[in-house]
Design a protein. Structure first.
Length: 359
């Protein structure tokens, strides 16, 4: 398959990937710093080429329920937003998870709480990985650290969503959403045909075309024992996802005595901090979780267990650090370094914090 080199923003890469991977629909609402996703889709007008539907809904509440409807029909549908808008989608995401439907949601995080700022942050980690809505559900969560991964994770996100019949989140931030980098993009892939959906999505509400049977898509079950059975099935899927689809990257960990754990743009900054530290003889490595849920608990347990100390570097007040501490089971000291409210830490700041931790 031919590849094409382009210079794009992270937000534009999300939109371009949706078109080229054969998505059926996008329903969203503009909010900084992710508005370029919708703007790029509108400018490209994919409904004239691939047939992809692009619609600016009247609100985030409307957009997530449009995603719910499209997913119920077996379509590859998605939305995107930023922190306050993503908060408005939580009820819909719980409904989608409860109905066991595949969908893709992108959150380009900004500083909070409240309306906060349009500057980048990682303060939505709890909301996304712990289930921001009600009920025992999880969002499979991918954390891109480059524009290329913003592009690649769209198709990966759809694949995981349909594999587990569960919503998938791409948790990015304003740094990755706004930065421009060269990326490789694919040829256009065809959208799924109705016949393909009928054959491969036996749960989808596609009408009476071939089965002649009613298919009811709902997250409602009033009988407690039946609802428990549904929950058991959902939890079994999550265990399978933890077993087979946990992703991470380990950087210079083989001889390391200290460890950074960071994701997304914070991980990129930590890569430079690793260089600065090693230049002064401090052996530090980096584990970058690529899936924030399922979290790479076992990898951090094994790698982190060999370290003297661990530092969780985040653009928030300390959220992922809880999962890092759980992974090492209290056997290794874990400290946090973070800037928040839209402030981006520098490699030198992180290196100085590491030196204090070492002492």
């Amino acid at each position: 398959m031919a590849k094409e080199l382009k210079l794009m923003k992270g937000n534009e890469a999300i939109a371009e990937a949706a078109i080229r991977c054969g998505a059926d629909g996008y329903f969203g609402y503009p909010i900084t710093p992710q508005s370029e996703v919708l703007e790029h889709l509108m400018a490209e007008r994919p409904y004239l080429t691939t047939g992809m539907v692009v619609l600016q809904a009247e609100s985030e509440l409307a957009s997530i329920n449009m995603v719910y409807a499209g997913a119920a029909a077996g379509k590859r549908v998605m939305t995107s937003s930023s922190s306050p808008g993503f908060s408005l989608m939580q009820e819909g995401l719980s409904y989608i998870a409860g109905a066991e439907l595949p969908a893709l949601c992108v959150n380009v995080v900004r500083g909070g709480p409240g309306l906060g700022t349009i500057q980048p942050s990682q303060s939505d980690y709890f909301q996304t990985t712990k289930g921001g809505g009600h009920g025992d559900y999880r969002l499979i969560t991918l954390a891109p650290a480059s524009v290329q991964e913003m592009y690649d994770f769209v198709e990966l996100g759809f694949d995981l969503a349909f594999k587990y019949r569960n919503p998938v989140a791409i948790l990015s931030d304003g740094v990755i959403g706004q930065v421009m980098e060269k990326i490789m993009i694919d040829d256009y892939k065809p959208r799924w045909t109705d016949e393909y959906i009928e054959k491969n999505c036996p749960w989808a509400a596609t009408g009476h075309r071939s089965t002649g049977k009613h298919r009811i898509v709902t997250s409602l079950e009033l009988e407690a024992l039946k609802q428990e059975a549904i929950n058991n099935r959902i939890q079994a899927k999550y265990r399978e996802c933890e077993k087979n689809d946990t992703r991470y990257e380990a950087i210079q960990c083989d001889d390391a005595e200290y460890l950074f754990v960071a994701y997304g743009s914070a991980a990129r900054i930590c890569m430079k901090a690793v260089e600065l530290a090693r230049a002064e003889g401090i052996k530090v490595g980096l584990v970058r979780p690529i899936t924030l849920w399922p979290f790479p608990t076992q990898a951090i347990k094994e790698i982190g267990g060999r370290m003297k100390k661990i530092m969780s570097v985040e653009m928030n007040a300390g959220q992922m650090i809880e999962d890092v501490k759980l992974a090492v089971e209290g056997k290794v000291p874990v400290e946090h370094y973070g800037r928040y409210g839209g402030v981006i830490p520098t490699p030198v700041e992180i290196f100085e914090a590491l030196k204090k931790m070492v002492k």
